[in-house]
Design a protein around this ligand. Structure first.
Ligand code: NAP
Length: 258
């Protein structure tokens, strides 16, 4: 799914999406570019960036690509430099999407370096990207964080990953106050349910495993990245003009309350 017919809500805008060479980030980049934006895509691996740029350009979309591991300060600066045309122009929207989930097991047994890695990538990088970009987002612009439904039900085997996602709900609220005061910038968050991407393959790919998990989802299916992209486009466009500090669950009715 790309733009709905006649939908051109991001015309002449510049939008940055991190971790956008695959999965949800790629779908968001594609959707927003198809609604008229120049989208800056990025991820850790240059070859992945080049491939994603090529694919989107072949669809007639206007994209730029730059390598950016969100935990790397210098690469975040490269992202900022590319997005702002070498610190000459402000952007309209920052979408922070990167996350890792390198551990499965009892929460209490999570090794400290793994705990730190999860929080560095999933929470701190969103905070630091916000600090890096705060003065480079136009008034009435947007920031969007990608959390997870699991942030509402933190428990093993992905306990620390889930807690990092819970913390993003808090970050959204706290930063929304600051950014509104700074420049009428709205800050929101999406908590996807189970979405069919490489990241979550272990959950949805095997039909037998997914059979049990499906019972927790009212719509009894996994979602598609494009279904998150549609929600992202809503929140970051003028259609979401009275929404800030919120987390929107897009999860087919999966349990989503703390
Ligand atoms: P995915 O399909 O595995 O895509 C991950 C993307 O992130 C790739 O482009 C990857 O490219 C990039 N990436 C990974 N680590 C990065 C880092 N440190 N810095 C920059 N880029 C990085 O994953 P996804 O399912 O779309 O997940 C995207 C977001 O949605 C994550 O925040 C995840 O927690 C959240 N989410 C996903 C689900 C789900 O069921 N899929 C559910 C809830 C929430 P490189 O390898 O080139 O870096």
């Amino acid at each position: 799914m790309t733009s709905k017919e006649g939908c051109n809500r991001f015309k002449n805008q510049v939008v940055v999406v991190t971790a956008s060479t695959d999965g949800i980030g790629f779908a968001i980049a594609r959707r927003i570019a198809s609604e008229g934006a120049v989208v800056v895509i990025s991820s850790r691996c240059k070859a992945n960036v080049d491939e994603a740029v090529k694919k989107l350009e072949s669809e007639g979309l206007n994209v730029k690509g730059v390598q950016c591991h969100v935990g790397n300060k210098e690469e975040r600066m490269d992202l900022l430099r590319t997005a702002t045309n070498n610190f000459k122009e402000k952007i309209d929207c920052l979408i922070s999407n990167a996350a890792v989930s390198p551990y499965a097991g009892p929460t209490v047994d999570t090794p400290e370096p793994i705990f730190d890695k999860i929080f560095e990538t999933n929470l701190k990088s969103s905070f630091l990207l916000t600090q890096d970009f705060r003065d480079w987002i136009k008034p009435n612009g947007n920031i969007l964080y990608i959390s997870s439904y699991i942030g509402y039900t933190p428990r093993q085997p992905l306990g620390v990953y889930a807690i990092s996602k819970t913390a993003l709900f808090g970050l959204t609220r706290a930063i929304a106050h600051d950014m509104w005061q700074q420049g009428k910038i709205r800050v929101n968050c999406i908590a996807p349910g189970i979405i069919q991407t490489r990241f979550s393959e272990v959950i949805w790919k095997d039909e037998e495993t997914f059979e049990d998990i499906k019972k927790e989802i009212i719509m009894e299916r996994a979602g598609r990245s494009e279904e998150i992209a549609g929600a992202a486009a809503f929140l970051c466009s003028s259609d979401g003009s009275y929404v800030t500090g919120e987390t929107l669950v897009v999860g087919g009715g999966v349990t989503s309350r703390l």
